[in-house]
Design a protein around this ligand. Structure first.
Ligand SMILES: NC(=O)c1ccc[n+]([C@@H]2O[C@H](COP(=O)([O-])OP(=O)(O)OC[C@H]3O[C@@H](n4cnc5c(N)ncnc54)[C@H](O)[C@@H]3O)[C@@H](O)[C@H]2O)c1
Ligand SMILES: O=c1ccn([C@@H]2O[C@H](COP(=O)(O)OP(=O)(O)O[C@H]3O[C@H](CO)[C@@H](O)[C@H](O)[C@H]3O)[C@@H](O)[C@H]2O)c(=O)[nH]1
Length: 426
C-alpha cells in the first residue's frame, strides 16, 4: 500500500520506516525543507538508536522518499498519517494548530477518497474537528474517513517499540477505513483493539497519564523512604514483582520530563476541567512531579556547606532521559534553572546533546567535573554508570555526588571517600 506520513519528526520518521519494513511504499512530507533534504540523503537529523540504518536501507531501496510538496503528496496518496506536533498551549491544553493546518491542506488538495489517520496525540473530539476542517476546505465534496491510531513508542527505543508494540489501537466509525488500516498492520504480532474515535483518543492520554502517575507515586514514596532510611529501589523491586503492579515505571528519580508526559497529562486535565469532571489524582501527579526538583535542591542545599550559592556544580546529562537528544521538559534543565537562580556556577556535559551556545558545556567528563563543589547525575546515560570515580575525585574541589537517577552504588562511592546522595538509594 502507498502511505503518506505528514510530519517527519520522531514519530513520523519511525512510523514511516516501520511501514517500509512491513513491505509498504512510504512518502514522508514535512514543511521543513532542511529535514526533508537530510532524510532524503539518508541522514537522520535527530538522535534515535538504530533508526538511521533503517533509513539508509529504505532510501537506497527507494521504499521511502521524502518531499516538501504538500499538494502533490496529498493528491498521490490515499492513506495519510498525520504525525505533526501537538505542543502544550498557554492554558495547558493541546495546541492543534499544526493538525488544523494539515487537515485544511488535505481538504484543499484531495482529489479522491482518502483515509486520514491521526497518529499525533490529540484530545478527545479532535477527529470531529479534523472532519470539519477538511470538509470546510473542500472545493467540492469528496468522501473520506477519519481514523484515530495513537502511537506508543518511546524516544530512545522508538524502533523496537514501534516494531513490536504491546497493542495497536484503531478507532474509527467507518468499516471501510477500519479494514484498510487493519490490512496495513496485518503483519504485526500483537493485539489490535478496535474501538471508536473518542475511545481511541482517550486511550493514549489515559496510558501516558497512568505511567506518569506510577512515576509520581514512587517519587513521593521515595521522599518518605529517604526520611526513614529505606532503599526505594528495593521497594520498587518488591512491589513490582506483584504482576498486578508490574516492574515498569517505578524508577525513582528527578521527576518525569520529555515531550509527552508533561504536555499530555496537562491536556487531559484540561479536558477534564472543560467537562467539569475533575481528575484530582492527576492534579496531584503534576504537583508531585514539580516538587521533586524542589526536594532535590533542598537535599543539595543541606548537603553542601553554605548551600549551592556561588558553588560550582557539574551537571552530567541534559537530555530528558538516556538514548535521546531531546531536551524538551528535561528535569536536568529545570534543575539547572533552579541552580542558576540560586547563583550556582554550572558546568554541563551530555554525550549527545549540544547546548554549548546556551550553557557552559564540556566535551569530556574530567573537564566537566574539574573544580566542582559537587557533581549531579541528571540523565541515566550508560556512560555515567561506569565512570572512574577514583580518577575524577582529585579533580573536584569537594567529593560530593548527587545521583538523581540512583545509578551508583552508595557503599562503593563512600568507600572511595565521596559524600553520596541518591534518591533514597541506601
Ligand atoms: N516523540 C515521541 O516519543 C512521541 C511518541 C508518541 C506520540 N507522540 C506524539 O506524536 C506527535 C508528533 O511528535 P514528534 O515528537 O514526532 O514531533 P516533532 O516535533 O519531532 O515532529 C513534528 C514534525 O511535523 C512537521 N510539521 C508541522 N506542521 C506540518 C505541516 N503542516 N506539514 C508537514 N509537516 C509539518 C514539523 O516540521 C516536524 O518535523 C505529537 O502529537 C506527539 O505528542 C510523540
Ligand atoms: O520508571 C521511570 C520511567 C520513566 N521515568 C521518566 O519519565 C519520562 C518519560 O520516559 P519514557 O516514557 O521512557 O519516554 P517518552 O519517550 O517520553 O515516552 C512516553 O511518551 C510517549 C509519547 O506519548 C509515549 O508514546 C510512550 O509510550 C511513553 O512512555 C523520562 O523523563 C524518564 O526519565 C522515570 O522517572 N521513571
Amino acid at each position: 500500500m502507498k502511505i503518506l506520513i505528514i510530519g517527519t519528526g520522531y514519530v513520523g520518521t519511525t512510523t514511516g520506516l516501520i511501514f517500509c519494513e512491513m513491505g509498504h511504499q512510504v512518502t514522508g512530507l514535512d514543511l521543513d525543507d532542511r529535514k526533508i533534504q537530510a532524510l532524503q540523503r539518508g541522514e537522520l537529523y535527530f538522535f534515535e538508536p538504530g533508526l538511521e540504518d533503517l533509513l539508509i536501507k529504505h532510501v537506497q531501496s527507494q521504499r521511502i522518499s521524502f518531499t516538501s510538496n504538500t499538494e502533490m503528496a496529498i493528491k498521490s496518496h490515499d492513506v495519510i498519517f498525520i504525525c505533526v506536533g501537538t505542543p502544550q498551549d498557554l492554558d495547558g491544553s493541546a495546541d492543534l494548530l499544526y493538525v488544523k493546518n494539515v487537515a485544511e491542506a488535505i481538504g484543499q488538495y484531495m482529489n479522491s477518497y482518502k483515509v486520514i489517520v491521526t497518529k499525533s496525540t490529540v484530545p478527545v473530539g479532535t477527529a470531529e474537528l479534523v472532519t470539519n476542517w477538511i470538509k470546510r476546505q473542500q472545493p467540492v465534496p469528496i468522501p473520506f474517513d477519519v481514523v484515530s491510531n495513537p502511537e506508543f513508542l518511546r524516544e530512545g527505543s522508538a524502533l523496537q517499540d514501534a516494531l513490536r508494540p504491546d497493542r495497536i489501537i484503531i478507532g474509527t466509525e467507518s468499516e471501510k477505513a477500519r479494514t484498510i488500516i487493519k490490512e496495513l498492520y496485518q503483519n504485526f504480532q500483537c493485539p489490535i483493539v478496535e474501538t471508536n474515535l473518542k475511545a481511541s483518543e482517550m486511550i493514549k492520554y489515559a496510558a501516558n497519564s497512568f505511567l506518569a502517575m506510577k512515576i509520581s507515586y514512587i517519587n513521593e514514596l521515595a521522599r518518605l523512604c529517604d526520611k526513614l532510611g529505606i532503599n526505594v529501589n528495593d521497594v520498587s523491586t518488591g512491589i513490582g514483582l506483584d504482576h498486578r503492579i508490574g516492574p515498569h515505571f517505578l524508577q525513582a528519580g528527578m521527576g518525569y520530563g520529555g515531550s509527552c508526559f508533561p504536555k499530555d497529562v496537562s491536556a487531559l486535565l484540561q479536558t477534564a476541567r472543560q467537562h467539569d469532571s475533575p481528575l484530582s489524582i492527576l492534579e496531584k501527579v503534576v504537583e508531585v512531579n514539580k516538587d521533586q526538583s524542589v526536594y532535590f535542591i533542598e537535599k543539595m542545599n543541606r548537603a553542601i556547606e553554605g548551600g549551592v550559592k556561588h558553588k560550582t556544580i557539574a551537571v552530567l546529562g541534559l537530555a530528558f532521559k538516556a538514548n535521546t537528544d531531546d531536551t524538551r521538559e528535561s528535569p536536568s534543565l529545570q534543575l539547572i534553572e533552579h541552580l542558576l537562580q540560586a547563583q550556582a556556577v554550572i558546568r554541563t556535559h551530555d554525550p549527545v546533546v549540544n547546548m554549548a551556545s546556551k550553557l557552559p558545556q564540556f566535551s569530556t567528563i574530567p573537564e566537566t567535573v574539574s573544580d566542582s563543589d559537587a557533581v549531579i547525575i541528571c540523565t541515566d546515560w550508560d556512560d555515567y554508570k561506569t565512570l572512574d570515580w577514583a580518577a575524577l575525585k582529585p579533580l573536584m574541589k569537594q567529593p560530593i555526588v548527587f545521583d538523581g537517577r540512583n545509578m551508583l552504588n552508595r557503599a562503593e562511592m563512600e568507600t572511595l571517600g565521596f559524600f553520596y546522595h541518591g534518591i533514597a538509594n541506601y
